[in-house]
Design a protein around this ligand. Sequence first.
Ligand SMILES: Cc1cc2nc3c(=O)[nH]c(=O)nc-3n(C[C@H](O)[C@H](O)[C@H](O)COP(=O)(O)O)c2cc1C
Length: 498
Amino acid sequence: MDVAMYALQFLAILLVGVIGVALLVAVVLGVVDRTQTSDAIRRNYPVLGRFRGLFSMLGEFFRQYFFAMDREELPFNRAQREWVKRSSEGHGSMVAFGSTRNTAIVGTPLFVNAAFPPVDDQFASSGPMVIGPGARVPYTATSFFNISGMSYGAISRPAVRALSRGAKRAGLWMNTGEGGLSDYHLEGGCDIVFQIGTAKYGVRDAAGNLDEDKLRAVAAHTTVRLFEIKLSQGAKPGKGGILPADKVTPEIARVRGIPVGRDSISPNRHVEVDAWSDLLDMIDRVREVTGKPTGIKMCVGSEQGVAGLFDAIRDRGEDSAPDFITLDGGEGGTGAAPMPLIDLVGMSIREALPMVANLRNASGLRGRVPLVASGKLVNPGDVAWALATGADFVTNARGFMFSLGCIQALKCNRNTCPTGITTHNPRFQAGLVVEDKELRVAAYAQEIIKEVETIAHSVGVAEPRLMRRDHVRVVQPDGRTILMSDLWPASDAASRHT
Ligand SMILES: Cc1cc2nc3c(=O)[nH]c(=O)nc-3n(C[C@H](O)[C@H](O)[C@H](O)COP(=O)(O)O)c2cc1C
């Protein structure tokens, strides 16, 4: 009895104590809030005003689980992410009952089914395609779907390793991004595209100029098949790469050839290139030094902005052309970019691709300069659209990040990525098990290829690269659809994409 009384008394005292401390804390916070001068809400609503910030922060985490509809988040909605997740886990893409996609949205591409699609024994695969037939070592690319540039630095060591091994399994190429070539890129033995960014990481001298000996050393790796000179990327056209100091570890600094622990900012352009003719000179130089096909990557702002490239090629001759053009849409992703550029600068791939394909075809360069398209082309319908529109290849970055386990936490620039993909913190990297994720990378790519083939068969052709603009209808503001071949007529009669 006595013991029970003591326990009760103790609990009562504890409760009073807790309430007293809470009140004291509230009074102190209230005084702090009322007297501070930087936050109007906390000044006018002491203590209570603090919950606003807390709930905004929690909302960022909980919206995607409880409140956002399947098709409404950006940059990628749950339906898009789940497709990648299911396919990378090998679950295929079967769904039931009916589509949850709103196909009335203006601009939605709908494929034109054939009355008599091919049957199984008429199916084919998109065969290998030669890039840079005039280079000393041309490259035969086996897959139309490949991994876009993500630098070692922007993404982590285990992420690079899993991508390299997954690419090898699925027969893809992997682009290094602008951060140089590391042992982790080479580990899987996949084909590699070495990107020369504006800071020339990995192939620069102390002053930041192109170092031909280093270029030759990179080209000496047999799995380095292509070189890509980056003019711009869709997420930040007109701005160089940005790697925050937190992410410049000693190893990354060594691979890039820069100081440790300092923000790594690339110039806005290659300093030696301020006209298309300079670019052709640089392509020529890299192709000559490396012996390997050399292309460019850019995001386009307007037709006039890019037409000069084709004029310059015409003036100099077809041999001077880039061996491929990677066209990145303004909707492309990045590890870090200023918001106005990520939101508002650069043409969408949906407009840029048909436009540049027409320019290329009209210049008679269709067979000579393959187009590689990127920019949110993460699901089979997106990839099929790009091939039908005029792309010869599609590359993708964030889809592969989803296959690595990305949850779209939007923290790529903070070194705190919870899935270990864009952080160099070993605690978070421990979550990314290379041997598991390499399988998912390969499975995602294989499922994309399989489903793009399914669309191709449905529109009545044997393999994806046979799709044309008249296999796609585009939803208009009045609700009707028109053929993409009417919306974007090909610019020459000989064009493959009529
Ligand atoms: C984490 C991350 C790092 C990237 N790093 C580079 C880079 O080093 N060089 C480059 O040209 N593009 C880079 N990109 C852009 C992609 O290569 C690609 O152009 C763009 O993300 C295409 O959009 P997608 O992610 O929807 O496929 C990066 C993108 C991401 C998400």
